[in-house]
Design a protein around this ligand. Structure first.
Ligand SMILES: [Zn+2]
Length: 298
């Protein structure tokens, strides 16, 4: 099954849902960064969230999700756009921690992502084409990523949400399945609906176990939500890095004249590596000299 997201509504429009399969995306990210199981889970969950939040954007809008914990995994950054083009980075991809109490290695629910991420903040930065990007920030709830985003939606966007993000890693460290769902309750929803949903969610199997069984996002949603579901749209999900030479040139310029001057004196060249895809961009001395002149003219 290729990666995709399905968007749907139910309960007469009082509930909106996104369900996705992101196995290929998470596999690609894991391979590019050489992630071990714990990092695959942490980065993969964040990337899955990025894909679903991405398709809530419009047109040229983009977003960046930043999990800034003090745990050994370091920071996690995911960017996404409205077409579910997603890329991501994790600072320490090869961290290993003992599984949670009673857990077997590689069992996704037992990977101690919370301990790997630690305490800190979750930032959501949306570039909506305005002068200033929108930035929302909440303290990390437990570093397990899904709960952290539930708190973000409640605090920053005042939307009660149910969220599952799953990455199943095999014994050989390969990503076996990944996906997630986000269910948001909109104004008008009744207490009864909420109770029913909470009950469904409390006994719902882990999403990756359903994906491994071959269930589609549509099947999963049908199991989760009562009554008629209106499937509105599907979006393919893809790993895409939008880095470019231009972007790195602007990045160099933004360092300012004195910083560029010191690179010129010390290194006489610059090699910049995209965190997200490991592409290398080389800048020769003459090019840096030009950039210095531009920076000085500012
Ligand atoms: Zn890149």
């Amino acid at each position: 099954m290729n990666d995709y997201i399905v968007r749907a509504t139910a309960l007469d429009g009082k509930l909106r849902a996104f369900v996705c399969i992101t196995t290929e995306l998470v596999r690609e990210l894991s391979d590019r960064h050489g992630c071990l199981a714990l990092a695959s889970a942490a980065l993969g969950r964040t990337a899955t969230m990025g894909a679903m939040m991405g398709v809530m954007l419009k047109g040229e809008e983009t977003l960046s999700l930043q999990v800034r914990g003090d745990g050994p995994l370091g920071k996690i950054i995911v960017t996404a756009d409205a077409e579910a083009h997603v890329t991501g980075y994790i600072e320490n991809p090869r961290v290993e921690l003992p599984p949670r109490e009673g857990g077997a290695y590689g069992d996704v629910e037992k990977l101690d992502v919370g301990a790997g991420v630690g305490e800190g903040f979750l930032l959501v930065i949306k570039d909506l084409g305005m002068k200033e990007p929108y930035t929302g920030s909440v303290p990390l709830h437990n570093g397990e990523i899904a709960e952290d985003f539930v708190h973000y939606f409640a605090q920053s966007e005042q939307t009660p949400s149910a969220l599952a993000l799953g990455v199943l890693v095999d014994k050989d460290q390969s990503v076996k399945a990944a996906g997630g769902f986000l269910i948001q309750l909109l104004p008008g929803v009744t207490e009864e609906d909420i109770d029913y949903l909470e009950q469904q969610l409390s006994k719902f199997p882990h999403i990756t176990s359903l994906l491994v069984q071959g269930l589609t996002p549509e099947d999963i949603l049908k199991r989760l939500i009562p009554g008629e579901i209106k499937f509105l749209e599907t979006y393919p999900v893809a790993f895409t890095c939008d880095c470019s030479r231009d972007r790195f040139e602007r990045g160099l310029l933004s360092l300012g004249a004195s910083e560029i001057r010191s690179i010129l004196t010390e290194e006489k060249q610059a090699e910049l590596v995209c965190h997200f895809c490991n592409e290398k961009y080389h800048f020769e001395e003459a090019h840096l000299q030009e950039l210095l002149e531009q920076a000085e003219a500012k």
